[in-house]
Each structure stands twice: as structure tokens, then as C-alpha cells.
Design a binder for this molecule. Structure first.
Ligand SMILES: [Zn+2]
Length: 299
């Protein structure tokens, strides 16, 4: 009886604990599950990373909520109780920077693309937050802050003996995408994914620009890609992402040229070779729809 009780306690603890995983020298990862934010997953649907330098932590992405961010910070402190110096958002989607508040309370400097600051200042960020609060029910304690430091061109961040290079790569998944290079690791946000359908439907996305970015990334020297979702990836993930985006663009263009309307294109492309990938039912139809519109703009 006691044993059953203990197992239940352990299972309960496991389902809520945020175990960090070492994914490189001084690099730790919190890995979210696949899905849209919900009460069940508490919005833990994306990854965050801690990079340990001689002077303190640099964090890549904040997770979706202050609650998750606080858990992440306390796990980082268990590894080494040193200040969090910087937190960098790979882009402006909610699961990558809505957990910003506790990092600000810790005194970290917030770094993001200049367009994230514009998105904050023109009120768009608050509108997205309000609609996310209505839709998902896990964002009630989110408090947003503008970046302290904005990036628009490639910059090097030197901390102690370490260098992190921040490289804007826009427009692609959004108009705020940053890639961060640390040694032979590239943090790629949502620019690269493997067997998980990328979201092409952001209002500032450009699949054309995204393919250029993937070509640029494929020329980099690196050993590991750490993304916003899923496990650490290798070079084949760039190919996989490129294949999906190219497939959608080419098929939509073909059908459009035949004179099909958007709804007809959508039903023709419901079933594709990518249908067994994660997030297919959540994102694929939206992707077809937005690529249809994007191709209009390209003409
Ligand atoms: Zn994203």
C-alpha cells in the first residue's frame, strides 16, 4: 500500500517537475511538450535554455508564463546559484517571451530584436496577450516588458571568457527571429524543426525569406541545433524544415495557377507526406492558407 502511494507521489512529482537536461558544455535545457497551451500542460509547450558563463547565466527564451519561468530559474539556481545576466528572446511568440517578468525581477537584461520592441510599443503585444488569455486560460499572470537591449545587426556579447553571437535572421518565421551562436551550438528558436510542423502563419512571416535563412544556416559550422521545440537537432533538421516549406509553397502555387480558390487548395492539401508530424492538425491548414495569401503578395 505504502509502495503504491509512493509511486503515485513520484508520478505526480514527475509530471510537474521541470528537470533540466545538460545538452552541451555549460548548456542546460528545459524541454516542453508538443501542443497548444492548455490548463493540463500549463503552457509548458516550448523550450528554454541556460548558458552558464563565468559571471552568471544567460538564458535563451523565457517559457510561456511567469510560473514556468520561476521554476526554470530555481532549477538553474540548483545547478549554480549565480545571477541571471541576460535573457534573450529568439522571437516574439508567446511561448518564447511571455515568461519575461521573473527574469526582470532577478535583474536580468532583456535582449530581443528591435521589432519586438516596436511590437511592444505599438500595443500589439498587449492585444496578443489579451487574446491569448481569452483563448488558453494559462496566461493570467503574464506581465510584459520591453527589451532593454535591441538587436538589428549581428553582435557579439562577451561575458567573462565567453562569447555569444546574436544574429538577426528576418523575415522568416516572424520579423523578430534571432539565432544565437555559442561555440559549436546554434540556438535557432522556431526557424528549424524536425518532424514537427513549423508555423508559417504569423502575420509577419515570410516563407521566401525563411528559405533564404535556412540556406544561410546550412552554411554555418555547428555541431548541434537547439530549437524552441523538441529535442536537440542535427543538420538534417534544416533539410526537413526546408522540405516542408518548399512542399507547401510549390503545391499551393501549382493549384493556384490551375485557378483553385483558397478553400479548394486547402482541401486538396489536407493529406500530405508530412501528415504524421507533430502539430500537423494544429498548423498545417493554417499554413496552407497563409502561404496562399503570401504568394499573392509575391506576384
Ligand atoms: Zn514561434
Amino acid at each position: 500500500m505504502l509502495r503504491v502511494f509512493l509511486i503515485l507521489v513520484i508520478l505526480f512529482a514527475l509530471s510537474f517537475s521541470m528537470e533540466l537536461r545538460k545538452v552541451g558544455e555549460g548548456v542546460y535545457m528545459a524541454e516542453g511538450t508538443y501542443g497548444l497551451p492548455s490548463k493540463e500542460n500549463r503552457g509548458f509547450i516550448s523550450n528554454a535554455y541556460g548558458v552558464l558563463t563565468r559571471e552568471g547565466w544567460v538564458v535563451i527564451d523565457t517559457l510561456s508564463t511567469p510560473e514556468l519561468a520561476r521554476e526554470f530559474i530555481s532549477e538553474l539556481n540548483k545547478i549554480k546559484n549565480v545571477p541571471i545576466l541576460y535573457v534573450i528572446a529568439t522571437h516574439y511568440h508567446m511561448d518564447h517571451w511571455f515568461g519575461i517578468a521573473p527574469f526582470k525581477e532577478e535583474g536580468a537584461k532583456f535582449i530581443a530584436h528591435a521589432n519586438l520592441k516596436r511590437f511592444y510599443e505599438d500595443g500589439s503585444a498587449d492585444m496578443v496577450l489579451e487574446s491569448a488569455q481569452r483563448s488558453y486560460g494559462v496566461f493570467n499572470s503574464v506581465k510584459l516588458f520591453p527589451p532593454d537591449i535591441v538587436v538589428e545587426e549581428r553582435v557579439k556579447l562577451r561575458i567573462g571568457g565567453n562569447t555569444l553571437e546574436i544574429i538577426p535572421m528576418t523575415p522568416a518565421h516572424t520579423n523578430t527571429d534571432l539565432v544565437i551562436r555559442f561555440g559549436d551550438i546554434l540556438f535557432v528558436g522556431d526557424l528549424v524543426s524536425y518532424k514537427r510542423i513549423p508555423f508559417l502563419g504569423d502575420r509577419n512571416a515570410s516563407t521566401k525569406g525563411w528559405l533564404d535563412v535556412l540556406n544561410r544556416l546550412s552554411k554555418f559550422h555547428f555541431k548541434k541545433l537547439l530549437g524552441g521545440h523538441g529535442d536537440p537537432m542535427g543538420r538534417d533538421a534544416i533539410r526537413w524544415t526546408k522540405d516542408y516549406i518548399t512542399y507547401v509553397r510549390e503545391k499551393v502555387k501549382e493549384l493556384k495557377d490551375e485557378g483553385l480558390f483558397v478553400d479548394e487548395v486547402k482541401s486538396a492539401l489536407k493529406d500530405t507526406p508530412f501528415k504524421n508530424s507533430y502539430m500537423y492538425k494544429e498548423f498545417h491548414m493554417k499554413n496552407v492558407y497563409s502561404v496562399f495569401n503570401e504568394l499573392d503578395m509575391e506576384l
